[in-house]
Design a protein around this ligand. Structure first.
Ligand code: PLP
Length: 344
């Protein structure tokens, strides 16, 4: 094989779900939006279903429809975006559970699909999605009379455990929902780690399943190996790549590997990014191109066929930090040119 290869360890992913599940005494769902954080819904979701996940979360009805094709009947598929105009057929035909985010969505849902399962999303302070306290107070009795299957809200700062926002949102969520007699959910990965008070009836981790922070005990799920297309010797003072961005400080050997920002390895990763030959890190030099990356392999006795860019040594959060973003964004932008291998 000579293609850049993304290996996804489904056993590690399932182990991460089990570890997060073990942190609470309530049900644990799984968030698989954005093609399972870029790792492939069609492989990730069945592995989680086999491990016992019964509630899956997606962002869009369209994603929910794809997921239903993958999973078949049975598991609950919850749509964060709720019941959007034009989604009624998808929601009905694929048995999706929209989280109604506003009185308008509630009206749309109950008129278009009376009796069809729904949940409610409340805004406890993030100001992104969900009904605000005033709106909720106005529709609460009507909503509860129609028996929502879930009431949830989302934490803005859960990945910063000691942020005062966490306690504030917990208080608001409880004020809005204590006594409703409906299954409640507040915690994603970060909230799951904040402890029992945040768990309610259902947690819904995403990033922790895929090996990302803030779940520091997560097993790494992805490795990414890039094939070396060519190596060359450059003399001291020669330059490498676009814009002559790197000048060799000594006679050097340069390896050119087949992946670049067109594959989600964005320009902001260099300098700083390392490509690993086994345990040995080789610094990326020059700019990241669309399809190519160059690394200084002068100190290797032998250049392997592949250099590794994502691994235990250098995970998604390391790349996120280098690029001024997060592991979430690294994962979901990984791109579609990789050979993907699912390890079980
Ligand atoms: C993405 C998302 C999650 C999962 O969050 P993680 O931090 O990846 O665990 C949970 N709930 C909502 C509403 C989300 O948008």
């Amino acid at each position: 094989m000579s293609k850049a290869t993304l290996t996804i360890d489904l056993d590690a992913l399932v182990a991460n779900w089990r570890a997060l599940d073990a942190l609470s005494s309530c049900e644990t769902g799984a968030v698989v939006k954005a093609d399972a954080y870029g790792l492939g819904l069609a492989s990730v979701a069945p592995a989680l279903a086999r491990a016992g996940v019964r509630k899956f979360f997606v962002a869009l009805a369209h994603e929910g429809a794809l997921l239903r094709e993958v999973l078949g009947p049975g598991p609950t598929i919850v749509v964060f975006g709720g019941h959007m105009a034009g989604d009624t057929t998808l929601i009905r035909d694929h048995d999706l559970t929209p989280l109604l985010n506003s009185a308008d969505q509630m009206l749309r849902h109950t008129e278009a699909l009376p009796g069809h399962a729904f949940g409610i999303q409340l805004d406890s302070g993030m100001n992104r999605l969900g009904m605000e306290p005033g709106e909720w107070a106005a529709v609460r009795d009507i909503a509860l009379a129609q028996k929502p299957v879930l009431i949830m809200s989302h934490l803005a700062c859960a990945n910063t455990p000691d942020h005062e926002m966490n306690a504030r949102q917990l208080r608001v969520f409880r004020e809005m929902t204590d006594g409703v007699g409906v299954k409640r959910s507040l915690a994603a990965t970060g909230g799951t780690l904040l402890g029992n008070a945040f768990h309610f009836g259902l947690t819904r981790p995403g990033i922790g399943l895929y090996g990302g922070q803030p779940f520091s005990n997560a097993k790494p799920v992805v490795t990414l190996d890039l094939p070396v297309i060519q190596t060359r010797e450059v003399a001291q003072g020669e330059t490498v790549g676009y814009g002559n961005a790197w000048t060799a400080p000594r006679a050097s050997r340069i390896a050119t590997v087949a992946a670049g920002y067109g594959d989600g390895l964005c320009g902001a990763l260099a300098p700083g990014l390392l490509l690993y030959a086994g345990e040995t890190p080789c610094p990326v030099v020059g700019k990241v191109s669309m399809d190519l990356i160059t690394a200084d392999v002068t100190d290797l006795t032998e250049v392997p066929e592949f250099l590794r860019v994502l691994s235990v040594q250098q995970g998604i959060d390391k790349l996120g930090a280098l690029a001024g973003t997060t592991g979430y964004e690294i994962l979901t932008t990984l791109g579609h040119r990789y050979e993907r291998i699912y390890k079980t």
